[in-house]
Design a protein around this ligand. Structure first.
Ligand code: ADP
Length: 270
């Protein structure tokens, strides 16, 4: 059994609950790969260093961060710092891990999105000089070698740009989907600060437990706004790559993986 779990990078995320569960599962023989975000630490670093945080909404309503040269360096610093914190937390529960920096492993590649389109006030503007990337390739070899050795591979939201040889920030949810596809994972769990996809984001009782209960993917996706839209895109990509169990679930509670598997989040394959 091999699983992929993504944890958000928002500040205040409690790492202990997931890390203790992962440590116990890996000790019991399961293989897990951890993908993380870095948004919270990035925002904090920007505030500390006086760098403006610039979020951009595209004409198709996807939100992303504008990343100039300064922001690219800060994002890498944030991703490395959060990865180190995760690794330390796993170690405190007796699990060993390996942080896979794409600049060293050459395992995750990205293509630079030099231009971002910003839709605001009924108009679309073109922003140039952006340094975030779209995932262009994931190699499963190194990831699997670490997992086979009983350690937990930790993947930051970074991809190596073959042209510039720089690591660019990429979307962590979509990275988790690509990794799950490339290692032929049995399960993908995307954890965040909500119980799953809800019909009404302010009403936890409106949780959609199974995607198929609302009909088509399109109908299901209509419920998502903001950052949830990209999570659903990631889930759909994983589905198309053949991942057979995909969950969106709550990362703030004890035993978040068990909670997801027991049907207390949104299952996207049922
Ligand atoms: P993370 O940083 O942990 O990856 P995000 O903040 O990026 O998490 O994404 C989760 C957010 O998506 C929620 O906090 C919520 O505000 C937003 N959201 C929008 N629509 C929905 C919905 N229908 N159901 C649940 N969450 C939603």
């Amino acid at each position: 059994m091999i699983g992929v779990v993504k944890i958000g990078g928002a500040e205040g995320n409690k790492l202990g609950t997931l890390m203790s569960e992962l440590a116990a599962r890996v000790a019991g023989g399961e293989k897990w790969i951890l993908v993380h975000g870095a948004s919270g630490i990035m925002d904090r670093l920007c505030r500390e260093r006086g760098v403006e945080i610039r979020m951009v909404t595209s004409p198709s309503c996807y939100r992303s961060r504008y990343v100039g040269e300064k922001e690219r360096e800060l994002f890498r610093e944030a991703a490395l710092a959060y990865g180190a914190k995760i690794s330390d937390t796993l170690a405190s529960f007796g699990a060993s891990s390996e942080f896979l920096d794409p600049e060293k492993t050459k395992g995750v590649f990205a293509e630079r999105k030099d231009i971002l389109r910003e839709y605001s006030g009924g108009r679309t503007r073109i922003l140039r000089g952006n340094y975030s990337g779209t995932i262009s390739g994931v190699s499963s070899e190194k990831i699997l070698a670490v997992a086979e050795g009983g350690r937990i591979p930790i993947l930051p939201p970074l991809g190596l740009d073959n042209t510039s040889k720089l690591s660019l920030n990429i979307d962590g949810d979509r990275l988790a989907a690509s990794v799950a596809g490339s290692v032929r994972a049995d399960i993908l769990v995307i954890l965040s600060n909500v119980p799953g996809l809800m019909k009404d984001v302010n009403d936890p009782d409106s949780l959609i437990r199974t995607r198929t209960s609302v009909g088509s993917w399109e109908k299901f996706e209509e419920y998502a706004a903001g950052n949830m839209k990209r999570k659903l895109l990631a889930c759909r990509e994983a589905f198309n790559l053949g991942v057979s169990s995909i969950y969106l679930a709550d990362g703030r509670i004890p035993l978040p993986l068990k909670n997801a598997e027991e049907g207390n989040g949104t299952c996207l394959t049922l």
